[in-house]
Design a protein around this ligand. Structure first.
Ligand SMILES: Nc1ncnc2c1ncn2[C@@H]1O[C@H](COP(=O)(O)OP(=O)(O)OP(=O)(O)O)[C@@H](O)[C@H]1O
Ligand SMILES: [Mg+2]
Length: 355
């Protein structure tokens, strides 16, 4: 098996490395402190766990490497302007949007998009950072540097959020997981629930959308598509050309995790559709210290990233899965008192989604 070098060394790179280990695939996440001599660069396949990486001599070498999979996709999707243009070109439903070029556009923007405008930085935003929710009275609060550097979208009154994680192989074949239901609070993913029998119409629509995108980009590997559910079906919120937080449940809820699936796709290994037999829940650990008490609940799988704990920072996640959803609901009830109070809403939401 060829080794894999990953641009970026956050938790996604760490989990790619963990997934490679049992298969005998050596995965090397590459951060700023990486030592080029320690990497088998020439023999490696190159991938990334982030859309943009800091420029160093090493990252430039990896980004130029002949075996860098999806090289041209990263800049295209890292910029929300070109990402939205791609969706429009493919005729795929997305939140109505435009480039925010100048402050004198505001009256026309509210006329066209309605009373709530969501301004998003074209590049570099994550976990709700680099985003502003604005009504007509608030536009003066937007930093001047945003003009030209942001897009503005219609605030969508969605009934829920889902994401689709799928993969495309070198031969163009695609596979998908069941849709994941996601609860975001203040722009950050708190909790995900996946059901083995998703709504068929939504699943089909989502698979058609993500297939069209992956084929258009000649993409290889795992891609995630975040969507809003509205009366007419799905609107695409955004795309991630990589493994994704909303797919973390697959580590313990699917026969092949999204991390292994990505490695299989980029290394031209067999890519069957992962089997999902049971509902699964993922609870993100955000700015919370690790607590060994969580392990007293036998359904809990702890994934701890060994990062410094800071407010608002994703530092780990808990996965739970069971064929019997009532056992899963009970396990979540047992877990709730072992977590800070702000987890209660997400846990109750997960329990409701399982019912
Ligand atoms: N147009 C919109 N209308 C309503 N809510 C929105 C809209 N855009 C974003 N949101 C809310 O904010 C969340 C984060 O937005 P988005 O996914 O665009 O940002 P992000 O910071 O890039 O997140 P990520 O960490 O997933 O990359 C969404 O999941 C959704 O809950
Ligand atoms: Mg998002």
């Amino acid at each position: 098996m060829k080794p894999v070098c990953v641009l970026g060394n956050g938790q996604l790179g760490r989990m790619l490395r963990q997934a490679g280990e049992p298969l005998g695939i050596a995965v090397y996440p590459v951060g700023l402190d990486a030592e080029p001599e320690a990497l088998p660069i020439q023999q490696s396949v190159i991938t990334a766990e982030i859309e943009r990486w800091p420029e160093t001599a090493l990252t430039r070498e990896l980004a130029r490497h002949a075996a860098f999979v999806n090289r041209d996709v990263f800049p295209l999707l890292a910029d929300r302007l070109t990402q939205k243009q791609l969706l429009d070109r493919l005729g795929l439903a997305t939140a109505p949007w435009q480039l925010l070029a100048a402050a004198d556009e505001w009256p026309q923007i509210f006329t066209r998009l309605g009373e709530l405008a969501i301004v998003k930085r074209r590049t570099g935003g994550y976990d709700g950072r680099g985003q502003w929710r604005l009504r007509a009275a608030d536009t003066a609060t937007l930093p001047a540097e945003c003009y030209g550097e942001c897009i503005v979208e219609q605030g969508i009154n969605f009934s829920g959020e889902v994401s689709l994680v799928g993969a495309r192989g070198h031969d163009g074949a695609t596979v998908f997981y069941p849709l994941t239901h996601n609860l975001h609070q203040e722009g950050i993913l708190r909790t995900s629930v996946a059901l083995p029998q998703p709504d068929r119409a939504l699943q089909q629509q989502a698979e058609q959308m993500l297939s069209a995108i992956m084929h258009q980009l000649n993409y290889v590997g795992v891609m995630a598509m975040e969507c809003f559910i509205v009366a007419e079906g799905l609107l695409i919120n955004e795309l991630a050309p990589r493994v994704h937080n909303s797919g973390h449940w697959t580590q313990n809820g699917a026969s092949i995790s999204q991390f292994e699936l990505h490695l299989r796709a980029i290394l031209k290994l067999p890519l069957p559709t992962p089997v999902v037999n049971a509902p699964a829940v993922m609870v993100n650990l955000i700015g919370t210290e690790v607590n060994s008490q969580w392990l007293s609940e036998p359904l809990v799988h702890l994934h701890w990233y060994e990062k410094e704990v800071r407010p608002g920072r994703k530092v780990g996640h808990l996965n739970l899965s069971d064929t019997d959803s009532s056992r899963l609901i009970a396990a979540l009830a047992a877990l709730a008192p072992m977590l800070p109070p702000d987890y209660a809403g997400g846990i109750a939401w997960a329990q409701n989604t399982l019912r």
